[in-house]
Design a binder for this molecule. Sequence first.
Ligand SMILES: CC(C)(COP(=O)(O)OP(=O)(O)OC[C@H]1O[C@@H](n2cnc3c(N)ncnc32)[C@H](O)[C@@H]1OP(=O)(O)O)[C@@H](O)C(=O)NCCC(=O)NCCS
Length: 284
Amino acid sequence: MSAARLSRSLGPAEITIHCLDLDAPPAPGEAEGADPSDWLSAFERERLAVLPPGPRRDDFLRLRLWLRRVIAGALDRRPERLRLGRTAHGKPCLLSAEPGAAIRFNLAHAGRLALLALCPSHEVGVDLERDRPLLRVDGLARRVLSPVEREALLGLPEPDRPRAFLRLWVRKEACLKATGRGLGFGPARFSVPTTPWLEGVRVDLPPATSGEGARAATGAEARAVGPVAEVPSAAAGAEARAAAGWSPESGGSGFRCWLADLEMAPPYEAAVAVADGPPRANDA
Ligand SMILES: CC(C)(COP(=O)(O)OP(=O)(O)OC[C@H]1O[C@@H](n2cnc3c(N)ncnc32)[C@H](O)[C@@H]1OP(=O)(O)O)[C@@H](O)C(=O)NCCC(=O)NCCS
């Protein structure tokens, strides 16, 4: 089987998680009707244009077709009719003009797997990472974890740290993707629980900061190489210190979400988050 799905509730929301295994042969009908010029959005066509014929291009097309089919299935629409756009921070979304555009979705891919989270009522973020040998956890932890997360990680025996780091990382990135701001928000500015398994907990993120634009660039860099390249600037460090004094009770409009781990077979780790409040309009 190439795709699987799981439905569950998380905080105030009902979510569905779909999983695609790119190594599995396409299901009957999965590869049909895939003329990209018919159904890709402009931003997807731009990406396709730089992919030479071969496995990477085939994977890209398969993933995009799958994404559309799943979303269209949830909306009872035809996949080629969906209009996808992106928010100002790059999060793919259904354009507001779409009937039923209230559905929110988020995609993550790592290795040969992809996860797609759908939610009809709340913003959603999902992250998936693949354990890799030689993950230099201690240096990464200094750059992207909060002090309390770092302390928990460094308290573990060294061989356990890479998996524990990835577990923390997918939790944090799922929250950041639910905000729609991505890594530019500053992963060290908030903490997720460090317990081995999360069934569903509330997490509070501080308000976005004015220095976010600067970090967005390092976020884009991080995208190219995985979760390793977030290098906070001096300004970001100052903001992180300022944010350390922030709490939900201290005011300002932070972002509150619900977070849960997703059960994956090794070497994968995954987590999903939904916003606690109502979704914003999709302004692509
Ligand atoms: C989104 C982001 C966290 C991705 O991290 P990653 O671990 O490399 O990749 P993942 O597999 O987890 O997720 C990639 C998917 O996230 C989605 N995504 C992109 N930007 C997103 C955002 N701001 N919020 C939530 N999801 C986003 C996309 O669907 C993307 O897959 P696709 O490009 O194939 O459609 C990272 O690229 C990021 O921070 N981007 C935002 C950069 C930014 O702020 N840009 C501002 C524009 S100036």
